[in-house]
Ligand binder design. Sequence first.
Ligand code: MRU
Length: 352
Amino acid sequence: MAFESKIRTIQWIDNVSRMVDQTKVPYEYVTVDIKTGQEMFDAIQTMIVRGAPAIGIAGAHGVVLYAQELKKEGLSRDEFVKELIKKSEYLKTSRPTAVNLMWAVQKQIDVITSSDSDIDGIISELTQNAIRMEEEDISINKRIGDNGAEVVPKGATILTHCNAGALATVGYGTALGVVRSAFAKDNTVQVFSDETRPRQQGSRITTFELKMDGIPVTMITDGMCSYFMKKGMIDMVVVGADRIAANGDTANKIGTYTVAIAAKYHNIPFYIAAPLSTIDTSIKTGDEIPIEERSHEEVTHINGKRVCAEGINVINPGFDVTPHELITGIITEVGILKPDYNKSIAEAFNRK
Ligand code: MRU
């Protein structure tokens, strides 16, 4: 049963990509129009748009924006195609961990290479493909939500980390899609949201979007999760994913691994919710997942104000990898995958 969310994170409209500026949430809830390919590269890198599925769609839009710009250069069709593929490959490098970005841009490259049309025709095919991917993202999330809701106990308190919500996708969300579908069936379900330092996607974005949709949420800091697990106040954990290896090892926001270890210790089910497009079957284990290293200032400063001594060492990996043996199940649009993940993931792709 689907819940109607008010949030639309990103949309192709009037030849631009209109997106919620997530660097401003929760202080402001405003959209920004991205009009060039380079603006899209920067929007992804600076996290105006963020969350694996959302940056996938942003990448698809970015290819259309590059195509629109290249058309104005008066190139031959062959030159246009060559340049557009080069720009698309560059767009894939805007962030390294979430595979949805590479997946979506590659889908656009496939449109370019398989097209027989002239330049205008290619642009039109790329636009249609991007719009189709947007709509698919919402329907896939609803299926993930409904599949996940089946394993949410009545009146459950669900812990989540980071934001795998409507604002991390086109709409509805993956982990928060499960919450939305569960809440539609049982309005006694509630969420505990980790703050998620250093970018605070939990406190800034997850709490904002759940409040907006009227779903009860309690914010905690990252270090508190095991405390509440021990007290018996958490019934299950559901988080999103940026990349899942063929064996089920899962990269998600830094701190997810700690939550998974705590959940295992306390015998609490720990679920990943993600579309099949987040699964990268070209890599065998999580050791091969590239982990983004972000600016040290994200750690040393909060809201532009330094919060630690000058001259200290800082390391700021954006993601960690949760080993497959800590994962109870991977909730996808084709069902909940269970261990042995090598087997269930391969079967899921066959079923698709
Ligand atoms: O750095 P971010 O905010 O892009 O990281 C987002 C996450 O880690 C999400 O949990 C993940 O992308 C899944 S979003 C449905």
